[in-house]
Write a protein that binds this ligand. Structure first.
Ligand SMILES: Nc1ncnc2c1ncn2[C@@H]1O[C@H](COP(=O)(O)OP(=O)(O)OP(=O)(O)O)[C@@H](O)[C@H]1O
Length: 244
């Protein structure tokens, strides 16, 4: 049984500002970085939300609304400052794909290490290695330290590993642009398969048609809070209307 449950959750970032060189050197420039009077950003505010199995949730909202922070919090990157966050199920995050790579190690070693990080056992990741390598189409480059990869090659490797595991909960931040056109179409197909097998999907997007086509529930966030929660057609319509 997979579930994501937030009860009165807050996430506050402490923003370092008083000691900026600019503040010290230029008198009167202290207000340069005035997000909040006390130097904090309240990214998630008193959030209550339950996401159950079968739900495909889209999160929409303006820049800085807290959408990506929400995903990172659910994936465990940022712990909530207060409140209760329950996540049951194996998570796969399709964002910050580069996190956790060993730049000095080669592609093969990174497949293995990253697989373990994503919850595979040594045996299960070994069994998937050749399939991951094949999907990435990196061939001989897999023997090379990943620090020498081009950005497109790096994305291919990261994407191939992340999508080889079968998650209960799939967290997506926009569409993953993975390499050239041929790889992109293969990647999109693989992404669709992942969406189908996952029990819960959360998609952060600025594309209203993706929210409507891919999801069966939508929340609109502003300033860390949920403004509206409901059918993607209704929520995206209200969001668009608010902008005109
Ligand atoms: N690591 C961090 N440290 C400090 N503040 C942060 C950090 N990450 C995000 N923020 C702040 O938290 C707020 C929410 O940011 P977030 O990235 O979640 O917004 P978003 O809705 O995903 O925006 P966008 O649509 O532009 O991607 C913003 O004010 C942002 O500046």
């Amino acid at each position: 049984m997979s579930i994501i449950k937030l009860e009165d959750v807050n996430l506050i970032f402490k923003v370092w500002r008083e000691k900026r060189i600019k503040n010290i050197l230029i008198p009167g420039s202290k207000k340069f970085n005035d997000f909040d009077k006390d130097g904090t950003i309240h990214a998630i505010r008193d959030m209550n939300l339950t996401i159950n199995e079968g739900e495909r949730l889209a999160i929409i909202g303006h820049n800085g609304a807290g959408k990506s922070t929400f995903l990172k919090m659910v994936s465990g990157i940022y712990p909530p400052t207060s409140g209760s966050l329950t996540v049951e199920g194996r998570i796969s995050s399709m964002f910050e794909l580069a996190t956790g790579f060993e730049m000095e190690s080669n592609g093969w070693d990174n497949i293995y290490l990253r697989g373990l990080m994503l919850g595979e056992t040594p045996d299960s990741i070994k069994a998937k290695m050749s399939e991951i390598a094949e999907f990435s189409e990196l061939g001989e480059f897999l023997n090379m330290p990943v620090k020498y990869y081009s950005s497109g090659m790096f994305v291919r490797l990261a994407f191939s590993i992340s999508t080889a595991i079968h998650p209960d909960i799939l967290l997506l931040d926009e569409v993953v642009a993975a390499g050239d056109a041929a790889f992109l179409s293969k990647a999109n197909q693989r992404m669709k398969e992942m969406v189908e097998i996952s029990k819960i999907m959360v998609l952060v997007t600025h594309a209203m048609d993706s929210a409507v086509e891919m999801c069966n529930r939508c929340i609109w966030m502003e300033r860390g809070s949920i403004v509206m929660d409901g059918d993607p057609k209704d929520v995206t319509k209200a969001y668009i209307k608010s902008m005109v």
